[in-house]
Design a protein around this ligand. Structure first.
Ligand code: PMP
Ligand code: GLN
Length: 378
């Protein structure tokens, strides 16, 4: 039987997490916290379940959750969204991304994306008949040259995908980027899929540049968020899409046939928990401390860290250690030294290898300390 994705194997996240498990390695590969989430929210889920909230949620999401999200967006980005018509709760950002692409990309439509890119974008585009147009960006800052973007636009271009703060680079987009994007999008009548799952994980006093801050851009944008990142609960697979009504209407059509709706008690608990702002407002400081802890402890090793202004990933160059390819290097360090990471070349369609590894620092200090102790010896 002909495969629709013949070149795609198991995702690198599954491969490296399994390798870590099989070899008893410290797992800094797949991005997820190794510490527990706030017990309060667990009790809330339990209470909502015991109270009988165990049937289908409304297709676009529990109203209570959409209402609080709208309030938080208003407070954070001074952007007004109508929770009735402009917010859709999805089964994680992954489903949101797929639902958006399925809603708008027809066979032959081109979608511009920047490599390194998150691994679900390309297959989601292709499964819907779209043509991914990859533009490589490079270390150390992975900045986007908007003139190159312009040169790649054709009459078939339908969408541009951005991701800030960035996985795997830890880079962020700045106001000038959003302004350039806004101009291009308006000029060429394009849509923007803005992956903002790390909106709160941003450091050094930098302000997150959400598309929602830019009125004209927001009128053509679909922003994707994830509770997995913001509430340390990647296993809950809950996220949301924010877009103007005319776009949301289309996303809900695909969403309703992908999952229809998302876990009811989790949505209700998230809505209640989000009433207190402390958690998400302190996330930047929380993760900046972890980044700094990792950087402090990797000092004295032969790995060279790259700048990291957001996300929970730190890139390091191993060019002082080996000339090996990054896939081989990640495998060797996992098996021989027992620390798992992610090779960055897998995020490039053309497998550009800059000899970089990605380490996830969403871990307890003792985990990071143990890992760095090993890394300093390599
Ligand atoms: N986009 C990016 C950039 C991510 O890093 C992730 C998760 N690692 C996702 C989307 C998917 O988020 P979720 O787990 O909520 O599906
Ligand atoms: N987004 C997480 C990462 O980058 C993993 C998500 C997944 O495993 N699909 O590591």
């Amino acid at each position: 039987i002909a495969s629709r994705l013949p070149d795609i194997g198991t995702s690198i996240f599954s491969i490296m997490s399994k390798m870590a498990l099989d070899h008893g390695a410290i797992n800094l590969s797949q991005g997820f916290p190794d510490f527990s989430i706030d017990e309060k929210i667990i009790h809330m889920v339990q209470r909502y379940m015991l109270e009988g909230n165990n049937q289908y949620a409304p297709m676009p999401g529990a109203p209570a959750l959409r209402n609080i999200i709208a309030k938080v967006i208003e407070n954070t980005y001074t952007h007004t969204v109508n929770p009735e018509t402009e917010i859709t709760i999805t089964a994680g950002a992954t489903e949101g991304i797929f639902a958006i692409i399925a809603a708008f990309i027809s066979p032959g439509d081109e979608v511009i994306l920047f490599d390194p890119s998150y691994d679900s974008y390309n297959p989601s585009i292709r499964l819907n008949g779209g043509i991914p147009i990859h533009i490589n960006v490079s270390p150390p800052d992975f900045s986007i040259d908007w003139d190159i973007v312009r040169s790649k636009i054709s009459s078939r271009t339908k969408m541009i995908i951005i991701n800030t703060p960035h996985n795997p680079c830890g880079s962020v987009l700045h106001e000038k980027d959003l302004r350039a994007l806004e101009q291009i999008v308006l000029e060429h009548n394009l849509l923007v899929l803005s992956d903002e799952v790390y909106e709160r994980l941003i450091f050094d006093g930098i302000k997150h540049q959400s598309v929602l801050r830019y009125k004209a851009l927001a009128s053509r944008a679909l922003a994707v968020f994830s509770f997995g990142k913001t509430f340390h609960a990647t296993g809950w697979k809950a996220g949301y899409v924010v877009a103007p009504e005319y776009l949301t209407k289309e996303v809900r059509k695909t969403h309703q046939f992908i999952v229809f709706s998302v876990n009811t008690p989790v949505q209700l608990a998230l809505a209640e928990y989000m009433q207190t702002r402390d958690h998400y407002e302190s996330l930047g400081t929380f993760y900046q401390k972890k980044r700094d802890f990792f950087l402090e402890h990797i000092k004295g090793s032969s790995f060279e860290p790259l700048p990291c202004n957001g996300s929970y990933f730190q890139l390091v160059s191993y060019k002082n250690i080996s000339k090996k390819g990054d896939v081989e290097m990640a495998e060797e360090i996992t098996k021989k030294f027992k620390v798992a990471s992610i090779p960055v070349s897998v995020f490039y369609q053309d497998r550009t290898d800059n000899h970089l590894l990605r380490f996830c620092f969403a871990k307890m200090e003792e985990t990071l300390e143990r890992a760095c102790e090993i890394l300093r010896k390599i």
